[in-house]
Design a protein around this ligand. Sequence first.
Ligand code: NDP
Length: 334
Amino acid sequence: IFRDYIENYPKESDFNIREKTIHLEVPKDSNGVLVKNLYLSCDPYMCILMKKIKGPSVFTSYTPGSVTTGYGVAKVLDSGHPNFKKGDLVWGTTGWEEYSLVTKPEDLFKIDHTDVPLSYYTGILGMPGITAYAGFYEICAPKQGECVFVSAAAGAVGQLVGQFAKLMGCYVVGSAGSQEKVDLLKNKFGFDAAFNYKEEHDLDVALKRCFPEGIDIYFDNVGGKMLDAVLLNMRNHSRIALCGMISQYNLEQPEGVNNLMNLVYKRVRMEGFVVFDYYPLYAKFLDAVLPYIREEKIVYVEDVVEGLESGLAALVGLFNGHNIGKQVVVIARD
Ligand code: NDP
């Protein structure tokens, strides 16, 4: 249960856990779907929902005192909706609870391919996967041999963007917040180079070391100082996909960006995007990505914790880089 709006960084104590007895059936007059939640996804946008959102937004804040929602993988136990039946596996928005009555089942995706780990539908085959796919192929318009930089590169989205770029024959560099993550980027995901941004005194120098000829594509997951330093290193006619700005989400006063004029000089295209707009591409995305998983051309690292109580610490941990790979919470395995 989400307690109340927050101002800065989320804490475990912003939630509490409540027990309630429920009937495992959909109410007679409802076209909802009753699901047993199997895997829940920890995603950075959830901390935005914990704040009082001012002005127009794609998001709606959580309601204090209500069940926290998020993406998850679940099994249908009972259905009042013609598209779903008992036993179906689904992914989409559900509650942070053991069982949920999903009142907008039209937003759920049915899971047809179960030869891959089910938890993948919180990550590589779910919302973060489409984010990486749409952001890289649609927004960045990559070409073979281009120089690609990815921030928060060891996370749910970043690890995929880097591997998509390698499959296109690009030179790929990632930044992450620990030596362990840097090693993972180079040794597991096949990045050409990587650096720990927390250890670099000057991000501009680090980027010039990795990209002496400049950057063609920047996939921005963090915003802030990194984005500012990247702006100094973009090549003519390069592209920046603004995916997220996790370094800014919990600051009282977001940092400014000083080097925007470089967009003008270098004719850079910088474009934000929201994954929801790309859900119609889901079937195409699956056709592209499932073979990569089955043929082990793409690997996917998950950071898995067990149970709702551990899930709260895992969610909060996204904001200090505790997760290595996609952060998943197991509620039940079947
Ligand atoms: P991750 O799995 O990458 O987890 C978040 C990571 O961000 C942490 O592990 C940490 O890694 C890094 N981080 C945390 N705080 C900071 C900071 N102050 N500065 C730099 N890095 C920080 O998350 P996702 O892959 O799920 O999400 C990545 C980004 O994509 C987020 O900004 C998210 O909001 C955005 N997003 C956007 C979508 C869209 O539709 N546009 C959809 C989905 C995600 P480290 O140890 O490297 O610091």
